[in-house]
Design a protein around this ligand. Structure first.
Ligand code: NAP
Length: 246
């Protein structure tokens, strides 16, 4: 059977790293991409120690040209692209809507929203040329509900759901399934900006009584990319310990 190739953005840390390790376990060629070169290379080393195949390609997802080059370098190396996970993202400033700075707003939209669009634009033609496959876009529970002090993040994560639905409608017949994932609060460096009291409040907001683990998101992402999910297209799946059920 042909070995499959996957690109994961923001794979040098947190959820992206767990996703990269999950695909490596399943013997994919794994393209670990990130702006954090050190983190990305460590993930590649970890995968290589498990005798799986991985390379690091540095790319800033907010740069449209860099997203195109990421796909081109991947296809040059492995000959095809079957799956992509547009995971890179930042939290941004925490501030009330009326006080939110233009600078942080633009940075969050550029990375969390435009970055997913640029990723899809580069990946879709390559996946079609490779005979079809799947894309998973990283949204959040904040892709379907709001929260205080994160207007740019909430706007970007809602946009990711709309982008996912649109691309799924456009490319389903050409064999490209596009889905979005909505994690609750997951234990990663992204939450480092919160103090202990804020973390306790977040735990209390999840009916399951704890925060999530990156591996619990990776399991859903991997399933959505697999043939087990062959009829799943244009969906937004939460993995949130019941947060959005309330
Ligand atoms: P993380 O641990 O901070 O990892 C994100 C990675 O993306 C970091 O290595 C980061 O590099 C990289 N990155 C940042 N800007 C980038 C850019 N412009 N281009 C390429 N890579 C970039 O965060 P995480 O918690 O795993 O989050 C991953 C995704 O899940 C994000 O989209 C996030 O919004 C989403 N999510 C997270 C949670 C959560 O609770 N953790 C919940 C819902 C959704 P630097 O460290 O150098 O910036």
């Amino acid at each position: 059977m042909e070995k499959k190739t996957v690109i994961i953005t923001g794979a040098g840390s947190g959820i992206g790293k767990a996703i990269a390790l999950k695909f490596a376990d399943a013997n994919y060629n794994v393209v670990v991409s990130d702006v954090d070169e050190e983190g990305g290379r460590q993930v590649v080393d970890q995968i290589s120690q498990q005798s799986a195949d991985a390379i690091f390609i540095k790319a800033d997802v907010s740069d449209r040209q860099a997203c195109k080059e990421l796909v081109k370098k991947t296809v040059d190396k492995y000959g095809a692209l079957h799956c992509a996970v547009n995971n890179a993202g930042i939290g941004g400033e925490m501030n009330l809507t009326a006080d939110y700075s233009a600078e942080s707003y633009l940075e969050v939209i550029d990375i969390n929203q435009h970055g997913v669009l640029y990723g899809c634009q580069a990946q879709i033609p390559a996946i079609i040329n490779s005979g079809g496959g799947a894309i998973v876009n990283m949204s959040s529970i904040l892709g379907s509900v709001g929260t205080a002090q994160s207007v740019a993040y909430v706007m970007a994560k809602h946009a990711v759901v709309g982008l996912t639905q649109t691309a799924a409608i456009e490319y389903g017949k050409q064999g490209v399934r596009v889905n979005a994932v909505g994690p609750g609060y997951i234990k990663t460096p992204l939450l480092d900006q919160l103090d202990e009291e804020q973390k306790e409040q977040l735990i209390a907001a999840h009916p399951i009584g704890r925060l999530g683990e990156p591996e619990e998101v990776a399991a859903l992402v991997f399933w959505l990319c697999s043939d087990q999910a062959s009829f799943v297209n244009g969906s937004y799946y939460t993995v949130d310990g019941g947060y959005t059920a309330q």
